[in-house]
Design a protein around this ligand. Structure first.
Ligand code: PMP
Length: 361
C-alpha cells in the first residue's frame, strides 16, 4: 500500500508537495437564504446585452469549432474603449490567469518582486509557484501605500492592486507615476480589479511608460465573475511577452461563448456606469450607517469595505453574522485580524447587514 492522503502522496513531484495554494472565499452550494458578501461579486446581474448573447440561435452548435485563439474581436472592443490598439491588449481566463502569466513573464528574476505586506493573497502564491523572491513593504498604519518605501535598488518588479485589496484604499495616479519612475527598467503591474468603483485608471499612462501593465477583470464591475474573463493593457512588447507565456501553456483559454458575452458586456458602457453608480451609492450609505453604530472604516474606492468593529472582535462578529445567514470575509492574519471585509450587496442586503450588526453589538 502506498501512503497517500489529501495532504500528501508518494506520487506528487517535490514541487507540488511544497505548494501552499490560494484559498478562495466560500462559494456555498446554495445561496437561497444567504446574504453573500464575501467575494466581492456584483449583487446585480450583468448587462442585458451580455445576457442576450446567450439566447442567440446557433450559439451551442458553434461550439464544435475551436474558439479564436487570439480573441480578436474581444481585444478590438477592449482597445476601442481605452483608446489603445488591439496589440496593446491581452485577455485571459479571469484576471488571476492574466496575473499568473505576468508573474511568469516579467518577475522571474534574481531580484525580489515588491508588493505591500497587506494585499491580494494570490501574489505570494504565484511567487511560490514560479520560484520568485519577494519583498513585502509594510503599509502605513492607516493602510495607505507609501510609494517612497518602494524606492529599493535592484527590485525584480512591482505589483500593487489599486484600489488595494482587502483594504479598498486608492492610490492617486500621481503616486502611480512615481512608482513607474522609481523602476523604469522593471515592470510595474497595477491590478485594477476594483478601479471602476471610483478610481482613475492608470491606462492613460501606457503611452508614456513602457514598464506599465494594467490589469482589469469583468468579475466585479461587469458582474461576470462566473464567465472568467480578465485582461491586461500595456505597450505591445509587454503584451507579446504575455502571449509567449500563454501560447506555451494553453492556446484557447477563452471559450467561444465567453468571447462573445465579454465583447457585448464591454461595449455596454452605459450599463457599466449605472451599475457602478448604484454600488457606490450603497457603499456610501453602508459606511455611514456602520460608522454610526461603532465601526472604524477604511476609506473605500472599491465594491467592498474594510471595517473594524470597536466593541467586539472581528472573528466573533463574523461568526454572529454567519449564524444570521450573512457571510462576509474574515482574514486571520497579522495586522488585519480585527477587520472584516464586507462586499457591497443590494440596498436590501446591506440594510439586513446593518440591522444584524446593530443586534449583535
Ligand atoms: N485582483 C484582485 C485584487 C482581486 O481581488 C481579484 C479577485 N479575487 C482578482 C484580481 C481576480 O479576479 P478574477 O480572476 O475573477 O478576474
Amino acid at each position: 500500500m502506498t501512503e497517500s492522503n489529501k495532504d500528501h502522496s508518494l506520487f506528487w513531484s517535490p514541487a507540488v508537495a511544497k505548494l501552499q495554494p490560494y484559498v478562495p472565499g466560500e462559494q456555498p452550494k446554495t445561496t437561497a437564504r444567504l446574504i453573500k458578501l464575501n467575494t466581492n461579486e456584483s449583487p446585480y446581474p450583468p448587462s442585458p446585452k451580455a445576457q442576450a448573447v446567450l439566447q442567440e440561435e446557433g450559439l451551442a452548435a458553434h461550439l464544435r469549432l475551436y474558439p479564436d485563439p487570439e480573441s480578436t474581436q474581444l481585444r478590438e472592443t477592449i482597445a476601442a474603449q481605452f483608446d489603445l490598439s488591439p496589440e496593446q491588449v491581452f485577455v485571459g481566463n479571469g484576471s488571476d490567469e492574466v496575473l499568473a502569466h505576468a508573474f511568469y513573464s516579467f518577475f522571474q528574476r534574481p531580484e525580489p518582486l515588491l508588493y505591500p505586506d497587506i494585499t491580494y493573497s494570490f501574489y505570494p502564491v504565484y511567487c511560490q509557484f514560479y520560484g520568485i523572491e519577494s519583498q513585502k513593504l509594510p503599509l502605513r498604519d492607516d493602510f495607505s501605500i507609501a510609494v517612497e518605501d518602494f524606492a529599493i535598488d535592484n527590485a525584480g518588479g512591482v505589483i500593487i492592486p489599486n484600489p488595494n485589496a482587502p483594504t479598498g484604499r486608492y492610490l492617486p495616479l500621481a503616486e502611480i507615476e512615481k512608482l513607474l519612475q522609481l523602476h523604469p527598467e522593471r515592470v510595474v503591474v497595477i491590478d485594477e480589479a476594483y478601479i471602476d468603483f471610483g478610481g482613475e485608471s492608470a491606462v492613460a499612462l501606457i503611452d508614456r511608460y513602457p514598464n506599465l501593465l494594467v490589469i482589469h477583470t469583468l468579475s466585479k464591475s461587469h458582474a461576470l465573475a462566473g464567465l472568467r474573463l480578465g485582461y491586461a493593457m500595456g505597450q505591445a512588447h509587454l503584451i507579446e511577452g504575455l502571449n509567449r507565456a500563454k501560447n506555451s501553456f494553453n492556446s484557447y483559454p477563452i471559450d467561444g461563448i465567453a468571447q462573445k458575452v465579454a465583447t457585448a458586456a464591454i461595449a455596454d458602457r452605459e450599463w457599466l456606469a449605472d451599475n457602478c453608480a448604484k454600488v457606490i451609492a450603497t457603499r456610501e450609505w453602508t459606511c455611514s450607517e456602520l460608522t454610526e453604530i461603532g465601526f472604524d472604516i477604511v476609506p473605500s474606492t472599491a465594491n467592498f469595505i474594510f471595517a473594524k468593529p470597536q466593541k467586539i472582535s472581528a472573528e466573533d462578529l463574523f461568526n454572529a453574522l454567519r449564524e444570521r445567514n450573512i457571510i462576509v470575509r474574515y482574514f486571520n492574519k497579522p495586522r488585519i485580524s480585527e477587520y472584516l471585509r464586507i462586499s457591497i450587496g443590494t440596498d436590501e442586503e446591506m440594510q439586513a447587514l446593518v440591522a444584524a450588526c446593530r443586534e449583535v453589538l
